[in-house]
Design a binder for this molecule. Structure first.
Ligand code: ASP
Length: 304
């Protein structure tokens, strides 16, 4: 029987009272995303379809910082970023600074499949979304009580420190999957970071940093401090360690997070899969919401 497998993350970063109090709901959300992606794979769907389905579930879940529940930037605005990559073809799609798009990862998939380009941003991405018929929601849909409280609190902290912008984060989401045909894919979606500067683009929509997939090496979705993931070209870094250093997937993931980026001062995390169905999950932060499942093992959901 061909192996199928999926792994999902709901963001790496500092722990909080809110996360502790809502542990069960967070775990349920991750499990729902794992199950949705796995159901696609079980029905014979592709890895691309599976990662999109898993990420959509988390984008629709207000607990996570993607789609509904996105972080609010320093101007009180919501700007979302997402990307997706097909390990079979090396095709990818990405969107940055999009507003009102219910599921940014689905828009990124449309960019991959239906446009001549790979990366669309801001108003051009929104114009493209109109043509692609990607569902939209009014801004109020995206703003949850929790995100608003975080924003208010962070804004006050920043004012006290004489700062305007911030880079702490929570709850970006991502998925990697292996389908029955031996193809892998990765996807990532985020609302950015609370009170980040308007126009800031983190790693999540950057191919090779937040998302990467190549059937010959691995598929990776990264999370954590975008500025640090970019410094280390996180997702491709893992693939390069597999390809050029010959490291097993788990060793490659751990090498990047715990050796190469050791002492960098940034929170970093990632999930990865290869065509053998090996799954790696590495992070240096207090927590990374994560879960996985395959047809040879039951899987699990964990936060710490
Ligand atoms: N990496 C995301 C960003 O920098 C945040 C996160 O993963 O939570 O926008």
């Amino acid at each position: 029987m061909a192996k199928i497998a999926i792994a999902v993350h709901g963001g790496a970063g500092p722990d909080s009272e809110f996360i502790q109090q809502n542990q069960e709901a967070y775990k349920q959300g991750i499990q729902q995303a794992v199950d949705a992606g796995y159901a696609v794979l079980e029905k014979g769907g592709t890895a691309v379809e599976a990662v999109e389905a898993a990420v959509n579930i988390l984008e629709n879940n207000p607990l996570f910082n993607a789609g509904r529940g996105s972080a609010i930037n320093a101007l009180g605005d919501i700007e979302m970023c997402a990307s997706i990559m097909n390990g079979k073809t090396a095709e990818s799609g990405a969107v940055a600074i999009v507003r009102e798009i219910k599921n940014p990862v689905t828009l990124a998939k449309h960019v991959m499949i239906d446009s001549q380009h790979i990366y669309l941003g801001d108003s051009g991405a929104l114009m493209f979304a109109e043509g692609a018929g990607t569902p939209k929601e009014p801004t109020a849909y995206f703003v949850t009580d929790h995100a608003y409280e975080q924003y208010e609190q962070k804004k006050q902290e920043l004012e006290e420190q004489g700062e305007r912008f911030n880079n702490s984060m929570h709850g970006t989401v991502g998925a990697v999957a292996l389908d029955k045909d031996g193809n892998i894919a990765a996807a990532t979606s985020t609302g950015g970071t609370e009170c980040n500067a308007p126009g800031r683009i983190g790693d999540s929509s950057m191919i090779g940093v937040g998302t990467y997939a190549d059937n010959e090496t691995c598929a990776v979705s990264a999370t954590g401090d975008g500025e640090f993931n970019i410094r280390y070209v996180a997702a491709f870094h893992v693939a390069a360690l597999v390809e050029y250093k010959g490291l097993p997937l788990k060793d490659a993931a751990n090498y990047l997070i715990h050796t190469k980026a050791k002492g960098s001062g940034g929170d970093m995390g990632l999930i990865a899969i290869n065509k053998e169905g090996d799954i790696a999950m590495a992070f240096n932060s207090e927590r990374m919401h994560r879960g996985w499942k395959s047809n040879s093992e039951e899987g699990s959901v964990e936060i710490y």
